[in-house]
Design a protein around this ligand. Structure first.
Ligand SMILES: [Zn+2]
Length: 161
């Protein structure tokens, strides 16, 4: 297993994700073929509060709405998953991931709007949600984008390790 690290240009914000979790996402994307899919990111911040460590990724809840150019994540079962993670290991919601089949991994205007809404979501208590997008397909290869949404700013993170 290898760990990937993504950071903002000024290195103020860092995200760590294990390659095995990305492999899990790639599998889901492959199954989803020409349709979008996705889920949530779960983990915790390091003590410095600048490094988010993603420890698990969920699949698409069964009430998600999926299209070829759209994905609206459902909520079915997620509360139970999050409660369990919190009780077992103090992990919590960090953000979202989804798939852009045969396309660029850059966030769309809708993606940006949705993430800004999530950042203001009272019950989620996640003012700086992370968005992981996987683009492409297994034939041409996958491309990944990672952005964090902070006070209405969209900060792109780049892989450096
Ligand atoms: Zn999208």
């Amino acid at each position: 297993m290898s760990k990937f690290t993504y950071a903002s240009d000024n290195k103020e914000f860092t995200v760590e994700i294990d390659s095995s979790l990305l492999e899990d996402c790639f599998l889901e994307c492959n199954k989803s073929s020409n349709y979008e899919t996705g889920g949530i990111l779960i983990g915790k911040y390091n003590d410095d509060m600048r490094t988010a460590v993603i420890r698990s990724v969920s699949k698409a809840p069964s009430d998600s709405k999926i299209g070829k150019m759209s994905f609206k994540r459902g909520i079915k079962g997620l509360i139970d998953v999050l409660n369990k993670k919190w009780d077992e290991s103090g992990e919590y919601y960090l953000g979202e991931w989804h798939f852009h089949p045969n396309n660029s991994s850059q966030p769309s205007g809708t993606d940006v709007r949705q993430m800004k809404e999530l950042s203001r979501h009272k019950r989620l208590k996640c003012p700086e949600p992370i968005l992981l997008i996987i683009g492409g397909n297994s034939m041409v290869g996958w491309n990944i984008s990672l952005n964090v949404f902070q006070n209405d700013a969209v900060i792109e993170l780049y892989r450096f390790k």
